[in-house]
Every structure is written in C-alpha cells, then in structure tokens.
Design a protein around this ligand. Sequence first.
Ligand SMILES: C[S@@+](CC[C@H](N)C(=O)[O-])C[C@H]1O[C@@H](n2cnc3c(N)ncnc32)[C@H](O)[C@@H]1O
Length: 297
Amino acid sequence: MTRRDFVRWCILGIALAIAGTVPRGAAQQRSPDVPYVPTPYEVVEEMLRMAKVTADDVVYDLGCGDGRIVITAAQKYGARGVGVDIDPRRIQESQANAAKAGVTDRVRFLEGDLFQVDIREATVVMLYLLPDVNLRLRPKLLRELRPGTRIVSHDYDMGDWEPDDIVKVPGPTYQHTLYYWVVPASVEGTWRWSLRTAVGEGTFTAHVRQQFQKISGDILQSGGPRAAITQGHIRGDRVSFQSVLNLGGAQVPVQFEGRVTGDTIQGQARLLEGSMAETSEWSARQVGHRSTKPTGS
Ligand SMILES: C[S@@+](CC[C@H](N)C(=O)[O-])C[C@H]1O[C@@H](n2cnc3c(N)ncnc32)[C@H](O)[C@@H]1O
C-alpha cells in the first residue's frame, strides 16, 4: 500500500466512524411493523359505531394511515382524535385530509412509533395491525389505558384476551371482522367487607384472581366453608360475581355488583333465593396486593 492509499483509507475510515455517530433522521426511522392497507369507509363507520364514539371521546388510531378513522370520528361525531404513524408520507396525507375535511382543530397526527407514544388520554383506541403486533401492544394497552377505555381492532384479535363483542361487516372484497374490548379495572388481590342482611350478617375476605375481564377466587367467611367466586366479570370499572355465603347459619346465593374506584368497590349485594330476595348496600376494601400487571397480560 502506498502512502497515498494509506491516507485515503484513513480518511474513509474516519468518515464512516463519524457517519455512525450522526443521529438518524425521520426518513431513516425503523421500518413499519405493518404495511399500509386502508380500512374501507363502510368498515370505518362500523368501527366508530361499535365503540359508541361521541363528542366526549379522544380517539387514537395507532398506525393511522391516511387518517380516515380519526378524521371521520371528528367529522361525524365531533370527537377529538390523534393519529400515529411511523411513515412520514402517511402523516403528510393525514394532515392534508384533515385540512380538506375542515377538522384540523379537532385532530392531530404524530409521526412516530406506536409502541413509544403516550396513549393515556385515549378513551377509544382503533387498530388495524397484525396478530403478532396486537399481542406485542397488549401489555401497553392494559398498562396505560384507563378502565372503561374501548378498543376496536379490525380483523385481528388479542390472543387469550377474549373480545367483549365481535361484529362481521361486509366490505367491497371480503367480510371484515371487528373485535371490541373494554379495558377492565384491576381487582386482583385481597378484599374485605361486612354484609348485613335480613337473614343474617357476616364478615368476608375474598382472594380474587383476574385474567383480563374474568375474575375467580374464593371467599373466607366466619362460621362457614370457603366459598367460590363464580360468574365473575369486569367491564371497565363495573365488577360482578356470585357466591354462596353463610348468612345467619344458612347457605345463601348472593349476586354482587359494584363499581371499582382505587381500592374500594361500592355497590349492591342481592340475595338470590326467592323468599329471601333482598338487596343490601355493599362496600368492599382492598387489603392485599394488587398485581402490577393488571389483567393477565
Ligand atoms: C393496515 S394500515 C392501517 C391504516 C389505518 N389505521 C386504517 O385502518 O385505514 C397500518 C398502518 O400502520 C403503520 N405502522 C406500521 N408500523 C407502525 C409503527 N410501529 N408505529 C406507527 N405506525 C406504524 C403503517 O405505516 C400503516 O399506515
């Protein structure tokens, strides 16, 4: 190698090393997890109907394409909307479409990775991604979204988080499937309450397990056998379950229904046996561990 070649190689090496430290621009952002395929407008309409979108909602579309879902939500229902897309061309299209539709005061579009964006203000989340992307996104949805937030996914489910509803929608080329979930409150842990009814009273300690919107577990009661929690369900912040409890020496089936606020549930307990049918106020307090992964994700 001549001295001139040696100097050339040194200069090239230094240039490559400097290039490696230069921050990557938007055009070089990582490639999308899902290709761009727009949702047909008739399916968009049904997604918004399914989520019961109103002017009070903040609708997020994670992977928003040309912005049609949040723009339609703003135009038709007066909702506010946020679209996120990793592809700068999609964001430009979305902004142009929002301007044409006259809704720039209600919607905004963020260029970025849907896994990185803060989604805590959403009351509705729309998805048209892929099954494995939905599964990777699931822990973030359960961690960041508030109980009661509605999620609609076009064509793909969320694995063992069963949907609360499914709708089939005829499209121009095939029949689309929409999946709907309501983010459940987290109730896993130990709860305690006292109950006073016409047939008797007692103090109860429930150990509650939670798998997404389903709850199970058992209830310890003074003077009675351990009782199972059956038909346990949470929709948003509304919890319901049944159990057979020892009240005044009798085994009485009881239906519980209440609203979760932090470490308290307030609601009603209804005795289910005909002659004893009666409703009492019910208030339970969480006294033990709350799972950091709220719902089995
Ligand atoms: C199937 S299209 C859906 C578009 C739109 N939501 C609709 O239903 O018409 C998926 C979109 O997700 C975007 N995307 C893929 N991976 C992404 C990521 N990691 N972060 C943000 N957007 C992403 C793509 O650029 C594409 O526009």
